[in-house]
Design a protein around this ligand. Sequence first.
Ligand SMILES: Cc1ncc(COP(=O)(O)O)c(C=O)c1O
Length: 425
Amino acid sequence: MEKNFQPSSAYALKLDSQDKLASYRADFYISDLSLVYLDGNSLGRLPKVAIERAKQIIENEWGQGLIRGWNKGWWEAPARIGEKIAKLIGAAEGQVIVSDSTSVNLYKLTMAALALSPEKKRIVTDTMNFPSDLYILQGAVEQLGNRHEIIRIGSNDNELTPDLTALAEAITEDTALVTLSHVLFKSGYLYDMKQITELAHRKGALVLWDLSHSVGALPIALDDCNADLAIGCTYKYLNGGPGAPAFLYVSKSIQEKITSPILGWWGQNQPFAFDLDYSPAPGVARFLAGSQPMISMLTMEAALEPHLQAGMDSIRAKSILLTDYASSLTESLLAPFGFFLGSPVDSAQRGSHISIRHAEGYRINRALIEEMNVIPDFREPDNLRLGFAPLYTSFMEVWEGFQRIKRVMEEKRYKKYPKQRLTVT
Ligand SMILES: Cc1ncc(COP(=O)(O)O)c(C=O)c1O
């Protein structure tokens, strides 16, 4: 971490003046200039280009074109947009499609991977993975007759980082699948994709990466890492909109060997032949099941534009500076109030969010949202999670956010909120 960040607004302004991506902020719809938005890792801001495009999709393509849209780019949208995302995740052509939700894609690829080596009984993941991922694995195991065991490796440092020794030991010759979140949703720890994939391959296991917290935040090199399978969402750093369709990646090397557990007509070889029997479409398209939400999918396509223009290397460079800066402000401004960093100090091991931990994290989060016009989020038991989206988060916004957190602490504003959790935290 750069050690020389100065805790002053003049310094934040200086960092903004040196920021090569600063102009991208104007590409986003920002209606409230005093809002400090640090939750782009949960739901990205709205890119202006998506507003125009959504209007066009609804009025022209749906309103006027009606069913003709399917022959004017709708049908190909999952593959076409998949190729755009492929550029951001280091995948050569023909390996990525957009479809369904992250959870559903994880289910499809998990079932497909397990079917490939029915004799193997072990699935390896970690206790810090996103719970939906763990539930889906549990459901898959039940559906397959409880023949598999799920090994969840833990952490030796209060959920900051996974226990990599335990991970290496857990991956045995009997392991069918290793599935992990590339960046952990609480601490922001970033797995070394190449190293873990090699480790799994040495034992003959496939690896399925959940890229939800890394896609759009850092360069990913799926092909270069010899990854087998991956999934990810588009509504966080890719700014695709709430519930926008997710994507999945299947390496060319295994595409023809695996099949989706949901044999829908969109994944059929010739959907409009309306054959009575299923035969899979060639390649990754077989993982499509049925009709896709076109309004949301095409809006998300437009939203990708700023990312495609800016390039992942400059996005990563700014992301590291933002998280280093926020880590340094945690130390200088918030440590006296009992906050401590819940994320790796080394930026090479970190995604684009940090968690700052405090026993009163939940009530502090409520005070920030309800009276300070700051939006972070809270993750149990004590993580106040701060996300930094390099295309629109400015250093001044981060500085201002930390000033307001400090005020909540100085004035003990959190004390008036109940400890009982709201539905969405
Ligand atoms: C890492 C990770 N995986 C999976 C999911 C589930 O995604 P979805 O609700 O889009 O299926 C999320 C949601 O936030 C997530 O953060």
